[in-house]
Design a protein around this ligand. Structure first.
Ligand code: C2E
Ligand code: MG
Ligand code: MG
Length: 686
């Protein structure tokens, strides 16, 4: 039998859990209703006129009680999140001086106000009130048996029987309250009552003891006259302060040092609480991942990266509702826990948050754009614990990143995508060895003369069922799975072989191969290049490697070393899709790059859009100024060709010239074109 497998069959375990859940509900209802019954009796026993006529100190205590209840000292890890409440001291003081009925009513009002402001579930508030009412009632019974009589007439006799009675009352309150909460917890979690009591009794006893011991002092002060009450405030504030410091330490273990947000540990506690409270109302978990943070970090430095994260964190924290939790999971990943929230509301929140973080951040005078992708998972449909919710939100987040939609919900049918991803990965692996990957070639020509100078190798997958699959549909998969080095090696070998074959036909062309950032940081590329060039006898200067701008600027030491070795070999480098990445002009100057390829998104619109034309013109000027060859990709019409020629751009690639074609289609075209070039040249010279 595998380690960790329970001897209890799955069905039985579910059955136990179901029965326990029912017992929990019955128990919560019983405590709530009993408490309510006592409150009704208490209300009936009071004469409103005599309540209104109570001394000012009574109202002052009520006000203090309310403040303390709404602002408790949260023990960060407190199991019921009620926190350490100074309000306990005030309720006990009320009980000692004014008796049970008014004390439990005041306590019930204060609890309701505090719980509503914290968006607690109504059943939870009802249970809290029930639990407190029953505990204080038990304390009152014991005190009465011990001879204590609540009275505003006589001050408390701290030296006599009253002190003993108060002590017994305090102990009774503590024990009954502890027992009521522990039984609920035991029914919910399945842990034994005794074990739970043993875990918590010492800590809870100490903190509650300290709070309860304050009450006779409060009563004494009030008995001396309302004027004494303010004297109590400084020591109470001091107690509050000392406890705050202790709690701060505890909280440090639960927060992220950089942003001050809660961390994953606290997310675990809060999620468990929310799942318990929200039930069928749903608990939404949003996974929030910044797009291209790594580039900011690598380009502008860690110090700026840290500040960037702090700004994003504060924007997120400011944009959520009270009761929601924003957590930094690590790196550029944040999670948001939204209690009592369904799928639709979660999506609205996600979109609102995206809007909130999207404004550019100014760091060291630079405007840095922020964007992010959000994945949403909602309990109970997508999981009933933190791990399941996080995993599913993660799948949704990657979907959002992949589709560029910004926000996606987890969807089981689309998660089969992960299964189909695995299937596709297996197929791609087979395609590589089975010859299903084809290389097509697209020419580049000089703008002024129209002479073809080289070709770009572009991979395609001839899938047995899906037909010709474009690279955008499988290159990212290869990149994220480690298959890219094999793919690049394959394309490189085919392209270098083809260039060598063309040379034997008199076609002297530079061949360009696209490499990804994983190739540059891996250790196979240089060896593959040397092996291919040697095997096919092609000079290194006939090979050009195209690297996207974004990947070069996320440069690591290994990338830099690879670039240097390629440069030493005499292989040329081209900066692809220029204008779409995060350029640092300083770094551009230092890179061993011979060619800039203006991204086709600008080129395609430059004839119609003056702003795009301005961008292209600037890139051309920049490249020419740095001594690089500038190539415009995506040239589809003559107007664009003419404009580019006027701007001083060197070469063009695009459908106007030719689409990417297999070598057997392109070779006759290249030969015809060369023959025409030669004829034109001899006509000019002859
Ligand atoms: P890229 O390197 O920027 O390649 C240029 C893309 O623009 C090619 O798309 C090409 O077919 C397309 N194109 C060229 N002229 C025009 C035009 O006039 N109009 C329009 N609309 N499009 C034009 P393709 O072949 O789909 O490749 C897409 C991207 O996939 C490439 O962008 C490159 O980043 C990547 N890729 C292709 N082959 C490989 C490869 O062997 N290895 C790696 N790592 N990436 C590759
Ligand atoms: Mg390219
Ligand atoms: Mg490109």
């Amino acid at each position: 039998m595998a380690a960790g497998v329970s001897l209890v069959p799955e069905d039985d375990r579910n059955d136990f859990a179901g029965r326990r859940d029912l017992a929990f509900r019955v128990y919560v209802a019983a405590v709530s209703l009993s408490g309510l019954a006592v409150l009704v009796l208490a209300a009936l026993s009071l004469d409103p006129a005599s309540v209104l006529g109570l001394e000012p100190a009574f109202w002052a205590l009520c006000a203090l009680l309310l403040v303390a209840e709404v602002r408790p000292l949260f023990t960060a890890g407190a199991r019921d999140a009620n926190g350490l409440a100074l309000s306990t001291s005030f309720v006990f003081a009320l009980l000692l001086r004014y008796g049970l009925p008014i004390s439990v009513l005041v306590q019930a009002v204060a609890t309701t106000v505090a719980d509503v402001s914290r968006r607690k579930a109504p059943w939870r508030t009802a249970f809290n009130i029930g639990q407190f009412t029953l505990s204080w009632s038990a304390a009152a019974v014991v005190m009465e048996l011990a001879g204590h009589e609540a009275s505003t007439a006589a001050p408390l006799d701290l030296m006599g029987a009253d002190l003993v009675a108060a002590g017994l009352g305090g102990i009774t309150y503590f024990l009954v309250n502890q027992l009521l909460v522990t039984v609920a917890l035991s029914l919910k979690t399945g842990r034994s009552v005794l074990r739970l009591l043993r875990d918590d009794l010492a800590y809870e006893g100490l903190s509650s003891g300290a709070l309860l011991a304050l009450s006779p002092l409060i009563v004494l002060a009030v008995g001396r006259g309302t004027a004494f009450l303010p004297l109590l405030l400084p020591p109470l504030a001091a107690v509050y302060q000392v406890a705050s410091v202790a709690l701060q330490r505890e909280q440090q273990a639960l927060t992220d040092a950089l942003t001050g947000l809660p961390n994953r540990t606290l997310l675990g506690t809060r999620t468990a609480e929310s799942l318990l409270e929200s039930g069928d109302a749903g608990t939404a978990l949003l996974l929030f991942d910044l797009d291209r943070f790594k580039e900011v970090n690598d380009t502008l430095g860690h110090h700026v990266g840290d500040r960037f994260l702090q700004v994003v964190a504060s924007r997120l924290a400011a944009a959520v509702r009270p009761g929601d939790t924003v957590v930094r999971l690590g790196g550029d990943e944040f999670a948001l826990l939204l209690p009592a929230t369904g799928a639709e509301e979660a999506e609205q929140t996600a979109r609102r948050l995206l809007e909130a973080v999207r404004a550019p951040i100014v760091l060291d005078g630079l405007h840095v754009d922020v964007d992010a992708s959000v994945g949403i998972a909602v309990a109970p449909e997508h999981g009933d614990d933190l791990d399941a919710l996080l995993q599913h939100a993660d799948v949704a987040m990657y979907l959002a990143k992949g589709t560029g939609s910004g926000v996606e919900h987890y969807d089981v049918s689309r998660d089969r995508n992960t299964t189909s991803r695995l299937v596709m990965l297996g197929e791609l692996r087979r395609a590589l060895s089975g010859g299903e990957l084809e290389v097509h070639y697209q020419p580049k020509a000089r703008l002024v003369s129209g002479r073809v100078t080289g070709v770009e190798a572009l991979v395609r997958w001839r899938h047995p069922e899906r037909g010709l699959v474009p690279p955008d549909d499988f290159v990212p998969l290869a990149e994220s799975s480690g298959l890219i080095e094999a793919l690049t090696g394959h394309v490189l070998d085919r392209a270098v072989g083809q260039a060598a074959a063309w040379r034997t036909q008199g076609l002297d062309l530079r061949v360009a191969v696209n490499v990804s950032v994983r190739d540059l940081s891996g250790n196979l590329l240089v060896d593959s290049v040397i092996a291919s060039l040697t095997l096919h006898g092609l000079p290194a200067c006939c090979l050009l490697l195209e690297v996207t701008e974004g990947s070069l600027f996320a440069e690591s030491h290994r990338t830099a070393a690879t670039l240097l070795r390629l440069d030493e070999l005499g292989v040329c480098l081209s900066l692809d899709d220029f204008g779409t990445g995060w350029s640092s002009l300083g770094r551009l100057r230092r890179l061993p790059v011979q060619e800039l390829k203006v991204d086709r998104s600008f080129v395609q619109r430059m004839a119609a859009d003056a702003r795009d034309a301005a961008i292209v013109r600037s890139v051309v000027d920049l490249g020419v100024g740095l001594g690089m060859r500038v190539v415009a990709e995506g040239v589809e019409d003559r107007a664009t060709w003419r404009l580019l020629t006027e701007m001083g751009c060197d070469e063009a690639q695009g459908w106007l010239l030719s689409r990417a074609e297999p070598a057997e289609v392109l070779t006759p075209w290249l030969l015809a074109r060369q023959a025409a070039d030669v004829a034109r040249a001899s006509a000019v010279t002859g």
